[in-house]
Ligand binder design. Structure first.
Ligand code: BEZ
Length: 211
């Protein structure tokens, strides 16, 4: 069954390029990004994995652990990692799950048979410290992901977990935010004593709290 927002991310134990990992235990109190790619030694995947390695410090800064997956073996991942480091400039610095028996792929519904019945699609799951799924995105094999967008969403998820706000279209860290629809003006006066701008009664804008 498809995994929905708010579900507990299914736990599993799997072989990875950094040894055996029990997923929930490995996550600990961190946020997590679990993402699949269709196949090792393929061009788009090579660029994606290299880019994730390059921006790993950005995930670290946000207390986010990153882990990749495909239905290839750990041995295959290990061989491919040499090419990724050589061609993309940064060695792979996060674990990659080998899932040749598709245990994790099936658990997370990462194989979409009408797209391809043997390879994983480009799935992304962002998981909170409460182990609940906060974001799911699915891309086809032919389209490389924008991992800067994943970081942007994580910024929003972490901000909205801390404050009763929402982030508007194309928001990035530091920009104005919106007071959550469920927050009354009376409550907002307590939460945001420096005030806000009422554009419409349902559209109340204020500078990003905590900045
Ligand atoms: C790629 O990464 O380039 C790719 C992988 C599987 C199918 C199509 C493209």
């Amino acid at each position: 069954m498809a995994i929905r927002l708010g579900d507990i991310a299914p736990d599993f134990t799997a072989d990875t390029t950094q040894g055996t990992i029990s997923f929930h235990e490995w996550l600990g109190d961190s946020w997590g990004v679990l993402f699949s790619h269709p196949k090792d030694f393929t061009p788009v995947c090579t660029t994606e994995l290299g880019y994730v390695a390059r921006i790993k410090p950005e995930f670290d800064k946000r207390n986010v652990k990153v882990i990749g997956l495909s239905v290839d073996s750990v041995e295959s991942h290990n061989k491919w990692e040499g090419d990724i480091g050589e061609t993309q400039g940064t060695p792979v610095n996060f674990p990659m799950i080998g899932d040749p028996d598709r245990t994790v792929s099936d658990l997370y519904d990462m194989i979409h048979p009408n797209a391809n019945d043997t390879l994983t699609v480009r799935s992304v799951f962002v998981i909170g410290p409460d182990k609940k799924v906060k974001l799911t995105i699915t891309y086809p094999a032919s389209t490389g992901r924008n991992f800067d967008e994943i970081l942007r969403v994580i910024d929003s998820l972490q901000l909205t977990a801390k404050y009763k706000v929402a982030t508007p279209v194309n928001w990035t860290d530091g920009n104005d935010v919106i007071i959550g629809a469920a927050v009354s003006d009376d409550e907002a006066k307590t939460l945001f004593p420096n005030g806000w701008k009422t554009v419409k009664p349902y559209l109340r804008v204020l500078p990003q709290p905590g900045k």
